[in-house]
Design a protein around this ligand. Structure first.
Ligand SMILES: Nc1ncnc2c1ncn2[C@@H]1O[C@H](COP(=O)(O)OP(=O)(O)OP(=O)(O)O)[C@@H](O)[C@H]1O
Ligand SMILES: [Mg+2]
Length: 494
């Protein structure tokens, strides 16, 4: 840490030789100095230690070594409330809202610092309403958080952090569920906050966003800061190289589909409460079908209706199985028919937080690692899970590590591993690469292409068209709002 020149303001936050180990070292001698009014990007591969550093800064984790200073004063937060009182706010990667409370109550939980302060409901609602308007969320303060979509929850998480009027705002993957216009709005807010002197630490895998919004960027690799540079002097390729420590290859093997393959999934005039207009399309074997559309256009709801997670109000969904075309009757039946589903909100609908990796991977296909009496054979489980985690490059201390100890991106890889374990013949993927780093995104894309080539059908929802996910020849896009009512236009909706 360099001493400020006389008359020069000290950095807003200064980290000096921060070290942290869990089973193995996660952060090693991290030095970082960020001045007031600066938007500082923090990038690195999954498991690089970004969230751990963010948690140390807001008092959710304790560093083993090193020190922090806030505006030149020693700063050692022991709890999140303490850091909030010091003017430091976190917008967490794994959202920390209380689902059963309203938006206003969630915001109030953070902004009311004293337990003895009388809660004034009206002023709380006004405060929340202002925060929601600023962030562009079209929901009343009294709405329960459990009723919101993942993108809306992410906006509330951000609004809540902003409502504390922080001088240091730490955003961990704030846009991972947001659409481009929602992200743009957030970025405009961050710029305005920075002009007022607020310092922002911006953690993201969206490197283009990082270079656009940030003044300076640091790369973390293996728990160390490998590079800190002004964003204007950096290019995406440089960041990727520094993150991986080697040249990354972006060519995910593009190939066209030869001939016509049999239809594997047929969705006919499907409707549910959330999908008032009937939707029809086919997905063939060996095909990746991209589902595009704005947030709220019904992409997630379409997958839910296919799986019978939402009650259908009309139409049919048939899938080809060994015994011919079969109508999907309920979610359990869908799995039995070889459908795998990666939900958008892994924290709520995907992971079993208190269980280990092995459980989280095998749970949907226990029969594959059990003996005839139904008992899990440990050797089989170890072999299956070890292979899948190695194939998908999951970083962990072993298959018995608790999943909640894994970084967000590594948890996401396991969601796919679960269905690879089941050898699903149709994958319904809702934002399958949310929060994963560039290398993992590539690994997942390659895995999807490999699955496609082996005849698996894939329907993938993606907020942001990403040319790497689905190769142009194989890509057909269905936008639920724009699907013509009724009809099977040829082999799918174009
Ligand atoms: N509570 C914990 N117990 C054990 N290990 C942990 C714990 N929290 C984090 N780790 C480990 O520390 C490493 C860094 O995790 P961290 O969440 O900081 O990564 P990250 O850079 O934020 O990754 P991502 O991009 O996937 O979010 C990972 O290997 C993770 O498994
Ligand atoms: Mg993280």
């Amino acid at each position: 840490m360099t001493r400020p020149e006389p008359g020069q303001a000290p950095p807003r936050i200064a980290a000096r030789r921060i070290g942290k180990s869990f089973a193995t070292p996660v952060l090693r001698d991290v030095d970082l100095e960020i001045p007031a009014g600066c938007i500082h990007g923090l990038v690195g591969e999954n498991g690089a230690g970004k969230s751990t550093l963010a948690k140390i800064i807001v008092g959710l984790e304790r560093a083993d070594t090193g020190s922090l200073a806030l505006d030149g004063r020693p700063y050692r937060p022991i709890t999140a409330a303490e850091s909030r009182n010091a003017g430091v706010a976190l917008c967490a990667q794994e959202l920390s809202l209380v689902d059963d409370l309203s938006i206003a109550e969630n915001i109030l939980l953070y902004t009311s610092t004293s337990a003895f302060k009388r809660i004034r409901r009206r002023s709380a609602h006004e405060k929340a309403a202002r925060a929601l308007v600023a962030i562009g969320l079209d929901a009343g303060p009294e709405v329960r958080v459990s009723r919101l979509s993942l993108a809306e929850k992410q906006l509330v998480e951000i609004a809540r952090a902003l409502a504390t009027n922080p001088r240091l705002l730490v955003l961990d993957e704030p846009t991972s569920a947001l659409t481009a216009p929602q992200s743009d709005r957030l970025h405009a807010i961050l710029r305005a906050e920075a002009r007022r002197g607020v310092t922002v630490i911006y953690i993201s895998h969206r490197l283009r966003d990082v270079l656009t919004i940030c003044d300076r960027v640091s790369v973390l690799r293996d728990g160390q800061v490998r590079l800190t540079e002004s964003a204007g002097a950096l290019r995406e390729e440089t960041l990727i190289r520094e993150m991986a420590g080697a040249d990354a290859d972006f060519d995910a093997g593009r190939r066209s589909i030869e001939g016509t393959r049999p239809v594997h999934l047929r969705v006919g005039k499907l409707r549910s409460a959330a999908l008032p207009h009937p939707i029809s399309f086919d997905c063939r074997r060996g095909e990746i079908l991209g589902l595009a559309g704005l947030a709220g256009s019904g992409r997630t709801e379409l997958l839910n209706a296919i799986l019978c997670l939402d009650r259908r109000t009309g139409g049919s969904v048939t899938i080809r199985t060994a015994s011919g075309a079969t109508e999907i009757r309920n979610p359990r039946h869908a799995i039995r028919c070889g459908i795998g589903y990666v939900a958008e909100d892994r924290a709520r609908d995907g992971i079993f937080r208190d269980r280990d990796l092995a459980f989280n991977v095998t749970i949907a296909g226990l029969g594959r690692v059990a003996d005839r009496t139904g008992r899990v054979v440990r050797a089989r489980e170890t072999a299956a899970v070890s292979k899948l985690t190695a194939d998908l490059g999951v970083t962990s201390t072993g298959i018995d590590q608790s999943i909640r100890e894994l970084s967000g991106g590594n948890q996401q890889r396991l969601m796919l591993a679960r269905w690879l374990h089941c050898k699903s013949r149709l994958l319904l993927l809702d934002e399958p690469t949310r929060g994963v780093d560039v290398a993992a995104k590539l690994a997942i894309h390659e895995e999807l292409v490999r699955l496609r080539d082996s005849g698996v059908a894939v329907v993938a929802v993606s907020l942001r068209p990403d040319p790497g996910v689905v190769e142009p020849e194989a890509r057909r896009r269905v936008s639920p709002r724009h699907v013509a009512p009724g009809g099977h236009p040829g082999g799918g909706v174009q």
